[in-house]
Design a protein around this ligand. Structure first.
Ligand code: PEP
Ligand code: MN
Length: 340
């Protein structure tokens, strides 16, 4: 359940309440908004709920107590009505300004990474992406440069000032990847890797959780809840397409998910039209659609020569196409009250 305090509730009253909850053995998660503090209470037995609600509602500084019936609580919009804004080295995600994450699918060499990083930065991207540990459906394809790739990403950050995001696939690598990255990425194939989610939940490093390719929105939010329940609230969601009967595109980008997430959760949501379509020629249009639908930003794969890319060349944008996307995105952002 969640306990919403009156706007005038004092720190001392909050302290009294949390001490009481702790003494009863419940887990506590605080959400301090501009107007109100909301206390998320985890572990209350179902049978006692009605009594507990009556008890806490009788406190003078409590406005309301709401039982949460959904299978997720901390990522529910009710817990934080105003929406979460992350700040990663000065870059906001979830604020008025859209966040553009761009870079190669995979870090292949210093030259291609640095060239791409400089270019996307010049065009106004905010965060540099690049995979060092690559998931792959085939055991025989390239699996990334590993730590050497992380080092290159860190160098590119030094060079451009852009924070970096990169995928972590294995619980054994979480500590290593955290040493380099600003944002951890959980890929579609790992959305239900609960050990990994827990491990990441124990860090305080921001994380972008991609939607599982066969996962419902509710399951995706439950995966986010795994991370939040361990105390890491710095979560970004990423819609990257789901599998449907359609084969013309690699996946079907679920535009519905963008406003649905905004309705259900306070977490920011980023659109990934590259994996959502698998075709570079469709990426810009889907990016524009996602921004119009309320996405907090986009993640775009960019490569100096997509035809030579070791991975995802078919969906990677050439430099000039990325530049065009940035130009075309700006008026759409303006039309929905955002900026680039
Ligand atoms: C990626 O971002 O390159 C990636 C592997 O994404 P996904 O997990 O969505 O397939
Ligand atoms: Mn990719």
């Amino acid at each position: 359940m969640i306990i919403i305090l009156n706007p005038g509730a004092t720190e001392a009253q909050l302290g009294e309440l949390t001490a009481d909850l702790e003494a009863r053995g419940y887990g506590i998660h605080l959400s301090k908004g501009v107007e109100r503090t909301i206390v998320g209470v985890i572990g209350t037995p179902e049978r006692d709920k009605e009594d507990l609600i009556a008890q806490f509602e009788s406190l003078s500084y409590v406005e309301r107590v709401i039982p949460i019936l959904k299978p997720y609580k901390l990522v529910d919009r009710a817990f934080k009505p105003e929406g979460t804004v992350l700040n990663v080295r000065g870059v906001e995600i979830g604020g008025r300004r859209l966040c553009v994450m761009a870079g190669p699918c995979t870090v292949e060499s210093p030259e291609m990474l640095f060239e791409t990083a400089r270019f996307v930065k010049e065009q106004g991207a905010h965060i540099l992406r690049g995979g060092a540990f690559k998931p792959s459906t085939s055991p025989y394809s390239f699996h990334g440069m590993g730590e050497a790739g992380l080092k290159l990403l860190a160098e590119a950050r030094e060079m451009t000032g852009m924070p970096i995001i990169t995928e972590v696939m294995d619980t054994r690598d979480v500590e290593l990847v955290c040493r380099y990255t600003d944002i951890l990425q959980v890929g579609t194939r790992n959305m239900t890797n609960f050990s990994l989610l827990r491990e990441i939940g124990d860090t305080r490093v921001p994380v972008m959780l991609k939607r599982g390719w066969a996962s419902k929105i509710e399951e995706w939010l439950q995966a986010a809840e795994y991370i939040a329940s361990r105390g890491n609230y710095q979560i970004i969601l990423c819609e990257r397409g789901i599998r449907t009967f359609e084969t013309y595109t690699r996946n079907t980008f679920d535009l519905n998910a963008i406003p649905a997430i905004k309705e259900l959760s306070h977490l920011p949501v980023i659109a990934d039209p590259a994996h959502g379509t698998g075709k570079w020629s469709l990426v810009n249009a889907v990016a524009r659609g996602a921004v119009a639908a309320g996405a907090d930003g986009v993640m775009i794969e960019v490569h100096p020569s997509p035809e030579k890319a070791l991975k995802d060349g078919s969906q990677s944008l050439k430099f000039e196409v990325f530049a065009q996307m940035m130009r075309e995105l700006a008026p759409i952002a303006g039309a929905v009250g955002r900026s680039l």
